[in-house]
Design a protein around this ligand. Structure first.
Ligand code: PLP
Length: 386
């Protein structure tokens, strides 16, 4: 049985060229980049080369890129770092109800430290309510954090508009772009953001590495204290293989992104059409157009997402029923609830996320396998559907 991986939004396999590029940095060029001898300086140069590649993908300057241990740390650094560095100016932060927990739980922690946080609503497609956002701003607002695209439903947020609102009022604007970098064009200059987080393992790079773009001049405190690494912004001996791998992943993404977005978008539409024809009462979640090409999120009425996942798993098909971080708990997705989907329908959500190795025959197989699973589960359903 061929395994069909459709959970690329949770993580991706590391690209073979990325692995190859990383290998020498484990046991050949292993010097500590802070040391002065040649072995270490080679490692240092590799870090700076990788920084240039990450910066290139974002249209940023290399000195505006800080390497972190991943998307979660980059979000933590942006929110906590900007909040504390600008505390004298105000204590109000604005975010949305559909952020990843890396942002939401950081905001909850900041509330305990005396900051006030407003959580903005979204419409039925998961688009942030710009009027509510504007009205929430006060002279104490120091930071807005809105994700570039949502990891569960793929809706792309109006970042440009939010950046304009923030700039007019002198408020910092952070965006969590973990799901967009390498998937759709992300240009920090044209988006007008002050900081932006990204993660290696979502773009065929290794796990445990990410980066935070910080626009020159942004007031931000470090979150991790220690040595003078990363321009005094993030202490700790650099994860050299990880950084090199992230740089390579960005370089590959730059070359392949447009073609892949187009290819994967067509397969996603084929999947939705095929499922819609064979399964009645399914709902498409997320914006019908302003959506990431690789994500298809649906609700299948009268069945549990988890039951569908287990049955798909038995067929060697791997998907998700929400974000990877929340699956395992049977809480309905906070994203779907914020979009106004009733809890009983939210429970029947499935997320397929497509990527590099997804082929047409994989999609055909899902279209063949899922409808009988749904039929079987509905026959057993306590909700009494058919
Ligand atoms: N932000 C978003 C939108 C994500 O999808 C994820 C990962 O699922 C993260 C942040 C966390 O990134 P990492 O796994 O690199 O910590």
């Amino acid at each position: 049985m061929r395994e069909i991986y459709l959970d690329y939004a949770a993580t991706t396999p590391t690209h073979p060229e990325v692995v190859e590029e990383m290998l020498p940095f484990f046991n050949q060029i292993y010097g500590n980049p802070s040391s002065i001898y040649q072995l270490s300086q080679r490692a240092k140069r590799a870090i700076e080369k990788a920084r240039e590649k990450v910066a290139d993908l974002l249209n940023a300057r290399p000195e505006e890129i800080i390497f972190t241990s991943g998307g979660t740390e980059a979000d933590n650094m942006a929110l906590k770092g900007i909040a504390f560095a600008n505390r004298k100016r105000g204590n109000h932060i604005v975010t949305s109800k559909i952020e990843h927990h890396a942002v939401l739980n950081t905001c909850r922690w900041l509330e305990k430290q005396g900051f006030k946080v407003t959580y903005i609503s979204v419409d039925k497609y998961g688009v942030v309510d710009l009027d509510e956002l504007k009205q929430s701003l006060t002279d104490k607002t120091i930071l807005i954090s809105i994700m570039h695209a949502n990891n569960e439903v793929g809706t792309v947020e109006p970042i440009l508009e939010i950046a304009t609102i923030a700039r007019e009022r002198g408020i910092y604007f952070h965006t969590d772009a973990v799901q967009t970098v390498g998937k759709i064009p992300v240009d920090v200059k044209s988006l007008g953001v002050d900081s932006l987080s990204l993660s290696g393992h979502k773009i065929y790079g290794p796990k445990g590495i990410g980066a935070l773009y910080i626009k020159k001049g942004t007031r931000i405190d470090p979150v991790i204290h220690g040595g003078h690494h990363e321009r005094n912004k993030r202490a700790g001996t650099e994860n050299v293989p990880g950084i090199v791998g992230l740089g390579k992943a960005c370089e590959i993404a730059m070359q392949e992104m447009n073609f892949e977005a187009d290819r994967v978008g067509k397969l996603r539409d084929m999947l939705y059409q095929g499922l819609k024809e064979k399964i009645d009462e399914i709902i498409l979640n997320g914006h019908p157009q302003k959506r990431l090409p690789g994500i298809l999120n649906i609700c299948v009425k009268y069945v549990e997402g988890e039951s569908m996942l287990i049955n798909l798993d038995l067929e060697g098909i791997y998907a998700s029923s929400g974000s990877a971080c929340t699956s395992g708990s049977l809480e309905p997705s906070h994203v779907l609830l914020a979009m106004g989907i009733p809890p009983e329908i939210s429970h029947g959500s499935l997320r397929f996320s497509l990527g590099k190795d997804t082929r047409e025959e994989d999609i055909e197989r899902v279209i063949e396998v899922l409808p009988p699973i749904v039929k079987k589960l509905r026959a057993m359903s306590p909700f009494g559907k058919k």
